[in-house]
Design a protein around this ligand. Structure first.
Ligand code: ADP
Ligand code: MG
Length: 322
């Protein structure tokens, strides 16, 4: 069975420097899939490549199949027709995605006019309904406002209303709550989950925050250096990470969330060092210069191996492993 979205050997190149390399995964129908990794790991570039929205100078290779059509090789016309309709994205900072000069009600209505061919009246009515569904207190007031007149949380709800307006098969949310304060974060995450569920959309949820993905997603992809280093059911990834990188992320998150800030005895080491800039990742395993298990064998690129829970590592951590 094919998934809602099939990503096959996706790569992104910037002037000969790989930003994303050999990324393959399936987003199953109705699934909520997380994509985690530290800042600078290539998560946003992966999302933009999927949407056909890469910045100047970046080029995508490989395939991204949506209902049998390849988005990577598709022309801009067809892509524009699918974007906002069959596949939609929510960004971290809605201010950059919303038009600053247009009232938000009209922006939501535009999506319906373009993709559903609704007239001005009908689109405006549906837009108001959508603004109500994203739990905005005063939908009519918000519809008349310009983006800068709204709070961050309100803007993110407006973006969500636009994203789900056409019941997309796939919803990509890139750090949708990172810019919001904790209470609003919780509300918006619940809203994302409810809307994806109601619209029957599969969700690809990107976050650097393990707790967010743990709460929302059944399955997780772990990215580092533009590559997928581990993939599996969320529970397994959290309780038995196989990649030293994932183990480091889990240990770091545990240290942050425990009241004393102390690591549990016998727990894995937290992540040493930091993410290098583009073009400075080592050859072979991209993580080997930060890895406590690395040796000569890590000079070769490890492939993602395993069925349900897969890892790309020559010396995986955990039971029965190296
Ligand atoms: N427009 C751009 N021009 C040049 N480099 C970029 C651009 N956008 C992202 N990058 C670089 O690509 C790498 C991956 O970035 P990104 O996908 O944004 O990471 P993440 O979303 O995981 O934090 C980083 O090294 C980042 O600096
Ligand atoms: Mg990002």
């Amino acid at each position: 069975m094919t998934g809602a979205l099939e990503v096959r050997s996706l790569s992104v190149d910037l002037g000969g420097v790989p930003v994303v390399a050999d990324v393959s995964f399936s987003l199953r129908a109705g699934e909520r899939l997380g994509l985690i990794g530290e800042s600078g790991s290539g998560k946003s570039v992966t999302a933009l490549a999927i949407m056909g929205l890469l910045p100047e100078g970046m080029r995508a290779g490989g395939r991204v199949e949506l209902a049998g059509e390849d988005l990577v090789s598709m022309g801009e016309r067809r892509l524009s027709a699918l974007r906002g309709d069959r596949i939609a994205m929510v960004f971290q900072e809605p201010l950059t995605a919303l038009n600053p000069l247009m009232r938000v009600g009209r922006q939501v209505a535009e999506v319906l006019r373009i993709h559903r061919g609704l007239g001005r009246r009908g689109a405006a009515e549906r837009a108001l309904g959508l603004l109500g569904r994203v739990e905005l207190d005063d939908p009519a007031g918000v519809a008349r406002a310009y983006p800068h007149e709204l709070s961050g949380g309100q803007r993110q709800r407006v973006m969500l209303a636009m994203a789900v307006a056409c019941s997309p098969r796939v919803l990509v949310a890139d750090e949708p709550t990172t810019a919001l304060d904790v209470v609003v974060q919780d509300q918006v995450l619940s809203l994302v989950q409810r809307l994806a569920d109601e619209e029957g959309s599969s969700l690809l949820l990107i976050s650097h925050d393990l707790a967010v993905v743990a709460r929302m997603c059944e399955r997780v992809l772990v990215m580092y250096g533009g590559r997928l280093v581990e993939e599996g059911p969320t529970r397994d990834i959290l309780s038995q990470p196989h990649h030293p990188y994932t183990a480091g992320l889990v240990a770091t998150a545990a240290a942050v969330s425990s009241p004393s800030g102390a690591r549990r005895p016998g727990s894995l080491p937290a992540l040493p060092g930091s993410v290098p800039p583009l073009g400075r990742f080592p050859s072979g395993c991209v993580f080997r210069d930060r890895c406590w298990r690395a040796d000569r064998s890590c000079e070769a690129v490890p492939q993602l191996c395993g069925r349900d829970h897969a890892v790309a590592c020559w010396h995986p951590v955990g039971e029965g492993a190296g």
